[in-house]
Ligand binder design. Structure first.
Ligand SMILES: *Cc1c(COP(=O)(O)O)cnc(C)c1O
Ligand SMILES: [Zn+2]
Length: 427
């Protein structure tokens, strides 16, 4: 072990092999790597690992282990996460967004259907390395789904804290199915988050929320893999939805490290997109003031977060990549989702905030029409089937559904079916 846990606020290092999530000042901790003293693989070597017979080499996280965490293979708990598709946006979608050169990195293609698996393989592997038997998180859903799966594979007990009644069905189903002990907290996500942090230390449970520095390390692989997918060409922009703000911080960190060590010559600009009802970062960005917690409300449950844990490291990454922050309304998210879904790709609501935010930025002239842009789609379309069906049945209270594709009721006779086909074709 050659890394430490670093507090950016007081510039203090903590040892990596003790259970610690925050500095004594309360600040979040970052894993600090001595890259200069570590043998770093060439880009060709990283490409060769993709075809390896070794599952650890092939993992879209552990392939980059020198950049993420050079943990001994014996500790690694992997499901072959990452290796998600980088789609060139189908033409109709690209036109709607207003860009020629648009890519979609579909993190919903991870083993449990969201990018959280990238952080979780790192977090659960560290739990094994530290000898922990129990792991826990508070979650709007995807983190708990991922934790439940990786803990089961590692033979650990998973404790999941979810806000009662506010978790999309697909995600709750996963936590239960993978065998996590699920505490349905009468409160919102921020309440669940506070509670899990309170009890983990006393109960000997390893906390795997994004306050855990190793989750962020695993998520760095998204940025690395995007560049690898592009043959190590650096796009102009990466658009990412923002909730707890760990993901954008992780992507920025990875790409800055790669540049600082001479593997690429520049970094993309990073744009965080929040939901207008859960936008503490966007507010702070616009006003120039410090981030203030708020009561969050949005249909995009994965980013319904009012008090983001990783605000500090997020802002740092945004400044270092000449980034930007914006927010979009739920109706803008729903429109973007309808287009992403109908393009045949599909993603959960929060994911589509990236596409909605990009369209807004293009229309406002803040992103050039000839820029090469990657939108991160953070979760799978089936994570929130309730919202999808309500949208297409036009049953989303208070929200217009201009792109609804409702099923057509039809009698069980050939003539009724023929009539329905003619009507649907507009004949
Ligand atoms: C967790 C999550 C987010 C938010 O990511 P942060 O790192 O918390 O900003 C966005 N979309 C989906 C689908 C998620 O699961
Ligand atoms: Zn500190």
């Amino acid at each position: 072990m050659d890394w430490t846990l670093h507090c950016d606020v007081c510039d203090v290092d903590w040892p990596a092999d003790e259970v610690r999530y925050r500095c004594s000042c309360g600040g979040t901790l970052d894993v600090k790597h001595p890259f200069g003293d570590r043998a770093l693989p060439s880009l060709d070597a990283l490409d060769a690992r993709r075809a390896s017979r070794n599952a650890v080499d092939r993992s879209g996280v552990w392939r980059f282990r020198e950049w993420i965490l050079p943990l001994d293979e014996a500790h690694i708990v992997t499901r072959g996460e990452g290796n998600t598709h980088l789609y060139r946006a189908p033409e109709r979608l690209a036109q709607w967004v207003g860009l020629e050169n648009l890519w979609l990195k579909h993190e919903g293609e991870n083993p449990t259907g969201s990018f959280k698996d990238r952080g979780m393989t790192a977090g659960v592997s560290v739990a094994r390395w530290l000898g922990m038997q129990d792991v826990a998180c508070a979650s709007t859903g995807n983190t708990s789904a991922s934790l439940a799966s990786y803990a089961a594979i590692a033979g650990m007990r998973a404790w999941v804290f979810v806000p009662e009644g506010r978790v999309a069905f697909g995600k709750l189903a996963q936590a239960l199915a993978y065998g996590a002990t699920t505490l349905s907290v009468r409160g919102d996500f921020d309440d669940a988050m506070r509670l899990v942090q309170d009890v983990c230390a006393d109960e000997g449970i390893y906390l795997l929320n994004s306050v855990n520095p190793y989750r962020i390390e695993g998520q760095k692989a998204i940025g690395l893999e995007i560049l690898q997918d592009l043959g190590w060409r650096v796009p102009d922009w990466i658009f990412v939805p923002g909730g707890n703000l760990g993901n954008n911080a992780a992507i920025a960190r990875a790409l800055l490290d790669l540049r600082d060590h001479g593997f690429v010559d520049r970094v993309p600009q990073i744009s965080v997109v929040q939901a207008a009802g859960a936008n503490p970062l966007a507010r702070a960005w616009r006003s120039g003031a410090a981030i203030e917690a708020l009561r969050a409300d949005t249909l995009a449950t994965a980013i319904r977060i009012g008090d983001p844990v990783s605000a500090h490291r997020s802002l740092r990454g945004l400044r270092q990549t000449n980034g930007r922050v914006d927010d979009v309304t739920d109706d803008e998210i729903l429109d973007a989702k309808a287009h992403v879904d109908a393009a045949g790709i599909g993603a959960e609501p929060a994911s589509c905030a990236s596409v909605a935010g990009l369209r807004k930025a293009v229309l406002a002239g803040e992103v050039d029409r000839d820029a090469e842009v990657v939108c991160v789609l953070t979760g799978h379309v089936l994570k929130d089937p309730g919202l999808v069906v309500d949208y297409h049945m036009s049953q989303l209270d208070g929200h217009p559904t201009p792109f609804a594709n409702a099923p057509i009721p039809v009698d069980a006779t050939p003539s009724a079916v023929r009539d329905a086909i003619r009507r649907a074709r507009g004949a």
